[in-house]
Design a protein around this ligand. Structure first.
Ligand SMILES: *Cc1c(COP(=O)(O)O)cnc(C)c1O
Length: 230
């Protein structure tokens, strides 16, 4: 069995163990394989091992890989920050977008989503750490943005996404992930059902699952360390 297949199985096992430890059914946590910086051949190998959902951060890379792997039934998730001049490619190529943080981007994606495709599945990114450097809307601004995004015809609002600051401190992670869970409950009280909490990466997957994650975005633990081009 290949290294990538073994790594995928290891992550699937870790996901199941974290779900069981949290008293949850593992089937309620989707695994997104984050393939950014890795070649199409690596994606093909992980696909052959049964993985269907893959995440990309860079528009050109998504476009190139989606074209090269057009023979596979991949569900592409765009998880990176999105500039308004790049929305068209994403609207035409991706199935999901995770990092919507302002209405302008959502409006462009909705308008540019081709009519023959199902609505783009989207999450709103929330800045749960309060750091200036991190993207995402503030928790205070999230309800209005969510209501506005929910009204756009080319999009189907699915939920919330966050990237906490890197830490192994369990209490900090629980607090950060808890912000999304609270927003989800607040929106439900307003009649807006959000079924997706996109939270958890290689280093904090178990904590995210304990906090209610329904989708973990895992790169390094499947594909190995990334080497960014200079
Ligand atoms: C790169 C990336 C991931 C994957 O991170 P790992 O630590 O490699 O698992 C998840 N989410 C987002 C938004 C990313 O940019």
């Amino acid at each position: 069995m290949s290294q990538l297949t073994l790594a995928l199985h290891r992550v699937q096992t870790q996901l199941a163990e974290a779900a069981h430890a949290a008293g949850r059914d593992a089937a309620t946590v989707q695994l997104l394989a984050v393939s950014k910086t890795f070649p199409a051949e690596a994606v093909r190998e992980v696909y052959a091992a049964g993985q269907r959902a893959f995440g990309e951060n860079y528009v050109q890379e998504l476009q190139a890989k989606a074209a090269e792997l057009a023979d596979l039934a991949i569900e592409w998730h765009f998880i990176g920050p999105l500039q308004s001049n790049k929305t068209r490619i994403v609207a035409e190529t991706a199935h999901w977008v995770h990092a919507i943080d302002r209405l302008k981007i959502a409006e462009r994606l909705s308008a540019q989503r081709p009519a023959h495709l199902p609505p783009l599945q989207v999450c709103v990114q929330v800045n749960v750490s309060g750091e200036d450097s991190k993207s995402g809307c503030s928790p205070a601004d999230a309800p209005a943005l969510l209501q506005a995004v929910a009204a756009l015809p080319g999009l189907q609002l699915r939920g919330l996404m966050c990237i906490p600051e890197p830490t192994q401190d369990a209490a900090t992670l629980a607090a950060r992930f808890g912000v999304l869970r609270q927003l989800q409950q607040q929106m439900a009280a307003q009649g807006l059902v959000l079924d997706t909490l996109s939270m958890g990466m290689s280093a904090d997957m178990a904590q995210a699952i304990a906090a209610g994650s329904t989708l973990v975005r895992v790169g390094t633990a499947i594909f190995g360390a990334r080497h960014y081009p200079a």
